[in-house]
Every structure is written in structure tokens, then in C-alpha cells.
Design a protein around this ligand. Structure first.
Ligand code: CMC
Length: 435
């Protein structure tokens, strides 16, 4: 491949008789990007790429993935090291600010979060008007939107102090909101956060403590929760994050942008997959289906059955998060003394899939959602709460990406083009002449 003086590939496009030289944006790692903006002006053509298979919507300094070899790094740090050595709030700061905090900076952030976990009585009332059977993701999206109404001093996306406040309020109040969604569904009174408890301790206690009882969980419970939150904290330009960035590109406030991300995450092809995996494994167990027989259904293109928790747009060898979660799932179940036959079914389904040509040829491997539900279930969460837990983890990533987008000097409002394939010009037909 011919290279320009800067070491980047030279890109020449021939359109009819014209030769167009396109610039290339340098990546520090991974794919460089052809700058497509001049194409329309110079040739009258636009690029067509449904599903963004090949299109970068931005440059970003936050997260790096190499899907061919299973690499995931936040701000350069490998996910394996962060999952082992860091805490969720430390990772949140790393993603949002770009550097690991000092001990003092982390403590100051934790204190600020601790102070703001509380939700006012007015805010608490919004949970009582949602039907008990509402899906938690519907309530979560609504509650995050409502934050824009409750904290007007933190809305201006162009005011750094307002953005800083909105960041803290969102990270602080999200566990309280999610615990309230769960308690509302259970018909239990809402509890208050306690100063001095850690982020995950407060969340677990507000979620699970029963009236008149103490909530106590072993260290392995909190460790697993913290690990899962870290593993979900960012994943570059996935569907929900791209939604958050796109909404933010219109200078919508942080709450409304993140609420759009929650909506995207709820879909079963994205964050909703963790709930769908558990439903799938339960279906296999309850109907006594042989995993090999189930795979026949998955491979039959006449059905719409997919092997949930398998496949990824970017990972084509393995998902490094799934590798960590699989080990964690076995350890958590053992430590909590939980025997779950769904874990055995999951192992069996994975084995069958990994030795099946259909999956091998398409490079489909377990993704992060394949084993997470088994851990959440062992902790006591119902399947409908799995995707809100994903959202709790993903929040720092959404915030970091939104903030990067808001201050990006190259960031225009997001506005994709289309290739129109509808009817040409035609005249309105009066009703009586239509057939
Ligand atoms: N089960 C069966 N077939 C599959 C699966 C699957 N889980 N995933 C992909 N395929 C097939 C698909 O039918 C297609 O086959 P063909 O070439 O014969 O038409 C081929 O593999 C390529 O699939 P695709 O849908 O074009 O791939 P994509 O990159 O557009 O979709 C995906 C990625 C994650 C949406 C898809 O793999 C999928 O639906 N997986 C199941 C849902 C899931 O687990 N989602 C969680 C993703 S990870 C967490 C997150 O970030 O949200």
C-alpha cells in the first residue's frame, strides 16, 4: 500500500474521470480512518454504511478494543488489571477524567458521591406512580429523565461546573434509583442511603434489606458486584453510547442524553441480552431440550431464534469480559453455596456452540452477557433487574463519552445522510380516485 510522507496510507478515490485524494486520521492503535467529509462536495456522492459496519462516527481517547485478539482497555489500562485491582468509582474517575486518581482525589470523589446518594421525598414519589409490573428499564429511563426536572442548576452542557455537578448527581443517585425500582416491584418500603457505607454496600443494602432485618453479604458478593460494574463501565461506540453521543450532539443535557442510552440498552441485541440469556437457559431447562437440539433451532434461518449471549460486532475471537465473568460465576456460586443447574446448561450450550461449524465459521463466541445473569441470579436479583445492573455499570462510560462529545471542536450535530429509495415525484391522488 502506498504511503504518504506521514506514514499513513494514501487514499485515492476514482469517480468517473476524477481522482480524489482523501485525508486519513491517525489512530494511536487500531484502524486509521479515511476522512469522508469532502466526498459529497467533491463528487456529489455519499457513503452508505447501514449499521456502521465500517464507519467511525468520531475520534475518541477513552476506550480501545481490538476485537480480533480480545483486547479491551480503558484509557490505556487493560480490563483484566482494572477488574482485579481497581474499584468501580476509581474506574469511573479514570473514564471521565482520563487519568487514574490519586488517593486524595478518589477519596474526595467518594465523599461527594456519598453525600449525593439521597433522593428527595418528591423524587421518591415517582416510583409509586409506576405500575409494579413495569419493566425496570422503562422506570429507569423515566427516572433519569426526571432528574432533568429535579436538578435544573446542572443542565447547561456548556457550563463545566454544571456538567461536573450532573456527573456527580447521576453516579451518586443511580444505585438509589435502581434499588427503588426493585423495591417498588417487590412492594417493599424504600430505604435511605447510609453515609459511610461503600457504593456497592449501600446499593445492595437498599435493594435487599428486609423490614426489621439487617442485610449482610459475604465479601465475595461485593467483590463480584464491583467487578461486574467495572467490566461494563465502557465499551466505546456501542449502540447505547452512540445514542448518548448523538443526543448530546444536539446539546441536550446529560440526563436526557443518558436516558436515551438506557432506551437503547434495553434491547435484547444489546444490554437486554443478559435477561434474554437467562430466559433462554430457563426455557431449555423447563422444556428439557437437548442443547444440540436447541442449536438446530438457532441455526435454522426460518426461525428467529438466536443463541443469546453469543456473537459480537467487534469481538471475533473472544470477549475478554466474558472470560473474566465465566471464572467469577463459578467462584461466586461456590462461595455463596449456590447450586444452579442453569450454569451447567450454560457450560453445555457453550461447548456445543464452540464445536459447531455454524458458530466457528461466523466467529461467534460467548459475550459478556452469557454468564453475568447467572451471577446476578445467585446474588438474588430477578432477571428483569439484569439490564438495569448493566446500566449502572455503563453509566461512567456514557458520561465520559458525552462529555468528550460536548467539548469536541470537530463535533458538529450528528445528522446522518440517507440514500433515498422511495417513489419519485408524483401528484396527490384525491380519495375518490384511489383504488
Ligand atoms: N445466534 C445465532 N446466529 C448468530 C448470532 C447468534 N447469537 N449472532 C450472529 N449470528 C449470525 C447471524 O445470523 C449472521 O449469520 P449469516 O451470515 O448467515 O446471516 C452472522 O452470524 C453475523 O451476524 P450479524 O447479526 O450480522 O452480526 P452483528 O455484528 O450485526 O450482530 C450481535 C452482533 C451481538 C447483535 C449478534 O451477534 C447477536 O444478535 N447476538 C445475540 C444477542 C447478544 O448476545 N447481544 C449482546 C451483545 S454483547 C453486550 C453488549 O454490548 O450489548
Amino acid at each position: 500500500m502506498a504511503e504518504a510522507a506521514n506514514g499513513l496510507p494514501r487514499v485515492r478515490l476514482e469517480v468517473a474521470e476524477r481522482q480524489l485524494e482523501l485525508g486519513v486520521e491517525r489512530a494511536t492503535e487500531g484502524n486509521h480512518g479515511i476522512v469522508m467529509a469532502p466526498l459529497l462536495q467533491e463528487t456529489g456522492l455519499i457513503s452508505l454504511d447501514p449499521g456502521f459496519l465500517n464507519t467511525a462516527a468520531c475520534t475518541s481517547e477513552i476506550t480501545y478494543i481490538d476485537g480480533d485478539v480480545g483486547i479491551l482497555r480503558y484509557r490505556g489500562y487493560p480490563i483484566e488489571q482494572l477488574a482485579r485491582d481497581s474499584s468501580f468509582l476509581e474506574v469511573a474517575l479514570l473514564l471521565i477524567r482520563g487519568e487514574l486518581p490519586t488517593a486524595g482525589e478518589l477519596e474526595a470523589f467518594e465523599t461527594r458521591i456519598d453525600k449525593h446518594m439521597y433522593l428527595s421525598d418528591d423524587f421518591r414519589q415517582i416510583f409509586s406512580v409506576m405500575p409494579r409490573r413495569a419493566h425496570p428499564m422503562a422506570t429507569l429511563g423515566a427516572a433519569i429523565n426526571m432528574m432533568a426536572g429535579f436538578y435544573p442548576e446542572s443542565l447547561d452542557p456548556l457550563d463545566p461546573s454544571a456538567v461536573s455537578l450532573a456527573t456527580v448527581l447521576m453516579v451518586a443517585k443511580m444505585p438509589t434509583i435502581i434499588s427503588y425500582i426493585y423495591r417498588r416491584a417487590q412492594g417493599n418500603a424504600l430505604l435511605y442511603p447510609k453515609h459511610g457505607q461503600s457504593y456497592v454496600e449501600n446499593f445492595a443494602r437498599m435493594t435487599f434489606q428486609l423490614p426489621g432485618e439487617q442485610f449482610d453479604a459475604p465479601e465475595v458478593f461485593y467483590h463480584a458486584l464491583e467487578t461486574l460494574l467495572i467490566l461494563h463501565a465502557d465499551h466505546e461506540q456501542n449502540c447505547s453510547t452512540s445514542s448518548v453521543r448523538l443526543i448530546g450532539s444536539a446539546q441536550a443535557n446529560l440526563y436526557m442524553s443518558v436516558s436515551g442510552g438506557v432506551s437503547a440498552l434495553s434491547g435484547p441485541l444489546h444490554g437486554g441480552a443478559n435477561e434474554a440469556v437467562l430466559n433462554m437457559l430457563t426455557y431449555i431447562r423447563d422444556n428439557e431440550i437437548d442443547p444440540k437440539e436447541f442449536m438446530t433451532q438457532v441455526k435454522d434461518k426460518r426461525t428467529s431464534v438466536r443463541l443469546m449471549g453469543f456473537g459480537h460486532r467487534v469481538y471475533k475471537s473472544y470477549d475478554p469480559r466474558a472470560a473474566i465473568v465465566k471464572v467469577e460465576a463459578a467462584a461466586v456460586l461456590e462461595a455463596l453455596g449456590v447450586k444452579d443447574e442453569l450454569l451447567d446448561i450454560a457450560y453445555e450450550v457453550e461447548q456445543v456452540a464452540l464445536s459447531d461449524d455454524y458458530f466457528v465459521e461466523r466467529r461467534l463466541y460467548p459475550n459478556v452477557d452469557f454468564y453475568t445473569g447467572i451471577i446476578y441470579r445467585a446474588m438474588g436479583f430477578p432477571a428483569s433487574m439484569f439490564t438495569p445492573l448493566f446500566a449502572l455499570g455503563r453509566l461512567p462510560g456514557w458520561i465520559a463519552q458525552w462529555r468528550e462529545r460536548i467539548v469536541d471542536p470537530a463535533g458538529k450535530i450528528g445528522r446522518p445522510r440517507q440514500v433515498y429509495t422511495g417513489p419519485g415525484l408524483r401528484d396527490y391522488v384525491p380519495m375518490e380516485q384511489r383504488r
